[in-house]
Structure formats: C-alpha cells, structure tokens
Design a protein around this ligand. Sequence first.
Ligand code: C2E
Ligand code: MG
Ligand code: MG
Ligand code: MG
Length: 275
Amino acid sequence: QAKEHGRNMYQVYTTSMDDKQFQRFFMERDLRKAIMNDEFIAHFQPRVDAITGKTIGAEALIRWMHPTYGMVSPGEFIPLAEETGLIISLGKWMKRQVCEQLVTWRAANIPLIPISVNISSQRFLQSGFAQDLRDLLSEYKLDGHWIELEITENSLMKNEEYIYQTLLELKEMGVKIYIDDFGTGNSSFHYLKAFKLDGIKIDMSFIQHISCQSENAAITAAMIKMAQQLNMDVIAEGVETKEELAFLLEQNCHHIQGFYYGRPCAAMEFEKMYL
Ligand code: C2E
Ligand code: MG
Ligand code: MG
Ligand code: MG
C-alpha cells in the first residue's frame, strides 16, 4: 500500500506534466524540502538465524513520509538522490538515526543487535568516510561492531588504494562490511581476492523462484559455497517462502532476511517483535 502511495505520487507528476524533466524537478524540490523538514524515518528488517530462530541483526531502510502522499519507498527517490548528490545528506541522517536507535535500546536495557546501513558508493568513495564514522561512533559511545555497512560491488571498483585503506580502518574499528545485491553488479571476482570483506548478501533476484528455476538454484548454491570457502558470512535476501528457506538450509546458508521472517517496520514494532 505504501508503495502504491509512492507510485501515485509520481504518476501525478508524470500524467500532469508528461515530461521527465519536470517530474525530476518537482521530486528534487520535494526531496530538498524533505531533508530540511526531517520527513524521513528508518525502518528495520530482521536478519534471522534460521537454525536458532534468533534475530541476529537488522537492516536499516529509509522511508520518506511525504506530508501529502504518504510513505514513499526508497526505490523511488534513492536514484534521484544519488544523481543530485542529496544522497550524502540522507546517508548522514541514516547513520545518525541508527546510532540514536542503538543508544535508545541500550538505555532501555534492550539487548543490542548489529544494524546494517546501506552506503552509497558516492559517499564511500569520498575521502574521510572511515574517520566520519569513527567520530560518530565515539560521539554515541558505540562500539564499531554494532554498525555494519552494506556496500555494492561498484563501490569496490575504483581507487583501490583508498578503498584498501578505508577497509583497513573500518576493520580496526570492528565495523563489518557486506557486499549488498551480490551477483548483480558489473564487477569481477577480483575484489574478493584483493579485499578482506566480511560477507555477502545474495540478491533476492537469485533467491526468488529458486525452486522452479534451476539456474537460480545453481547460481545461489555456487555463491554460497564460494563465500564459505572464502570464510565469508552469507546472508540470503528476499526469502519469502518455506521452499526457499529449505533450499538455503540444504546449502548450509542459514542467515536469512526476507518477508518469511518479517517485513521492515518501525523501531517500536521491531523491538516488540524481534528483540
Ligand atoms: P537493499 O539494500 O537490497 O534492501 C533490501 C530491499 O529488499 C528492501 O527494500 C526490503 O524491504 C526488500 N525486501 C526484503 N525482504 C524482502 C522479501 O522477502 N521480498 C521482497 N519482495 N522484498 C524484500 P526497500 O526498503 O524498498 O529498499 C530498496 C533499496 O533502496 C535498498 O535495497 C537499498 O539499495 C536502497 N536503500 C534503502 N535505504 C537506504 C539508505 O538508507 N541509504 C541508501 N544509500 N540506500 C538505501
Ligand atoms: Mg541493503
Ligand atoms: Mg540487497
Ligand atoms: Mg541495493
């Protein structure tokens, strides 16, 4: 339903203006306003160990609470935020939001779990990334292992020296790095050899139809095996059905994120259901 709101919103723009440039113009204007007026909230989706049934982490996912159109999903505004550079502000907001949430739970004596944050390659590749995070964590007196970073393959393709140094600093801070949407980027296996990363998140396009599309099953099984042989953690994303879960368990992959265990939800609901 939220998605429909979001879609309607930009359909309004397109049908009335019939011009992509105008549509972008208005969305960008609204997005700038939204940043000023703090119209965003973080939702959290559990990551579960399917063997113990315990919540072992969460992914923080941004939502835009548009004053007139309701909740807009990131798929609709993150691309424009990337193009316009507004993603830098959104990323800053999200990292702080996650720290706030962790210290709120800590103050309430709720046992913490690591929370992962999606990092745009734009920010990751801009100097001072590790230092900024170090400052933020120390401001909140949070240990690095409570924050995990999800980066995409294209964050690892340029500027090898800088990336190497950044990953080293993050490792020293205890911050884990996952490759998000693994298998969908236009990248090579080179970086798996060059950098010591903590894990991969198998993109949901491979997980879906796993039981009826033998290609998806074969590729997923191979990705799991490779990651395990490289001593990396594997998280399967977008797991919705019992069949998908059963297949993954057979392949020895039991770190699961998906609607099967829970949809992203606001912090209050998350702590009631999963902590
Ligand atoms: P992602 O990082 O790959 O996040 C997973 C997406 O899959 C989320 O969509 C989540 O709601 C959805 N999902 C999880 N389990 C299932 C499932 O079982 N079935 C289906 N159909 N979907 C599932 P969401 O929240 O709409 O986010 C979309 C993308 O927007 C994210 O993909 C991420 O790339 C980006 N994004 C979200 N929040 C942020 C943020 O704070 N910063 C940045 N840079 N990007 C963000
Ligand atoms: Mg992600
Ligand atoms: Mg993903
Ligand atoms: Mg993504």
